[in-house]
Design a protein around this ligand. Structure first.
Ligand code: SF4
Length: 267
């Protein structure tokens, strides 16, 4: 395993985002998806997630929607500086829209995200009474009930709900699917080329052991940035440029012509 720490500009928040260093044996994978995750464990950190405060995690994930962690991390830090106090949900429910939007400007879509955060604060207060009670519900509740409760919140989709379940609830077996995960596992040929996010999540949660799913999520994002990027996958420079070449179907990647299309549009 590589000793590099998980980057701070990451959906999990890196070392400061909770989770604990873990180790798993990269040998003996039973599926191709597990083999990929095991190789990621040799490239990157190995970690088990959980332990973040759920509402803070929800805020972080909403800020990260449709943008990079590099852009959303400062927005998260500024928001916490201004609004974290006795009760974050209450502070966001009471926040003045223009001030909140300005605080999170660097995350993009800041007017829309400010509305989502304020509504989330109001929802948490109305349904659970306090941020602390909501945090307890996410950590201790049945994962299906928690997932459904999160999805019932305005602006919370499956990826956000799954990230909250993973990073705060520490739910093993949750493999959130973001744009990188969605692209990579269809290119690899592990998920069908036309699979949507939920289909890919189902494939991965069946094929990857529960204890490796959280790591698989964060490490796949890193792999998507460093190797299997949307427009210029590393294998365009030859098979030796990507550590997954021998287990990848390269769906949508034409090395000869350097043409790259979404797997769903591949011939
Ligand atoms: S071989 Fe190419 S398409 Fe496959 S994982 Fe590597 S970079 Fe991505």
């Amino acid at each position: 395993m590589n000793d590099d720490p998980e980057p701070i500009e990451n959906i999990s928040g890196g070392d400061e985002g909770g989770g604990i260093a873990d180790s798993f044996d990269p040998g003996g994978a039973e599926t191709r998806a597990e083999e990929v995750v095991d190789r990621l464990g040799e490239l990157y950190w190995q970690k088990t997630y959980g332990g973040q405060d759920a509402f803070t995690c929800l805020v972080r994930t909403v800020l990260s929607q449709n943008t990079s962690d590099v852009a959303s991390q400062p927005a998260h830090d500024d928001l916490m500086k201004r609004y974290a106090g006795d009760d974050l949900a209450e502070a966001l429910a009471d926040a003045e829209h223009a001030q909140l939007a300005e605080t999170i400007r660097s995350a993009g879509l800041y007017n829309q995200k400010a509305d989502v955060l304020t509504e989330a604060g109001e929802h948490v207060l109305a349904e659970y009474g306090s941020t602390e009670a909501f945090d307890r519900f996410v950590t201790e509740g049945d994962s299906n009930d928690v997932r459904q409760a999160l999805l019932d919140m305005n602006g919370v989709g499956p990826k956000t709900a799954d990230c909250v379940l993973l990073f705060s609830g520490g739910q093993a077996g949750v493999f959130p699917v973001d744009t990188h995960v969605h692209r990579i596992y269809r290119r690899l040929g592990i998920a069908p080329a036309d699979a949507d996010h939920e289909d890919v999540r189902g494939v991965l949660e069946r094929a990857v052991p529960a204890t490796k799913c959280g790591f698989g999520h964060t490490a796949s994002i890193q792999f998507g940035r460093e190797y299997c990027s949307a427009r210029k996958p590393a294998c365009l420079d030859g098979p030796e440029a990507c550590p997954m070449s021998d287990v990848c179907d390269q769906v949508g990647v034409d090395v000869e012509s350097s043409e790259v299309v979404d797997p769903a549009d591949a011939d």
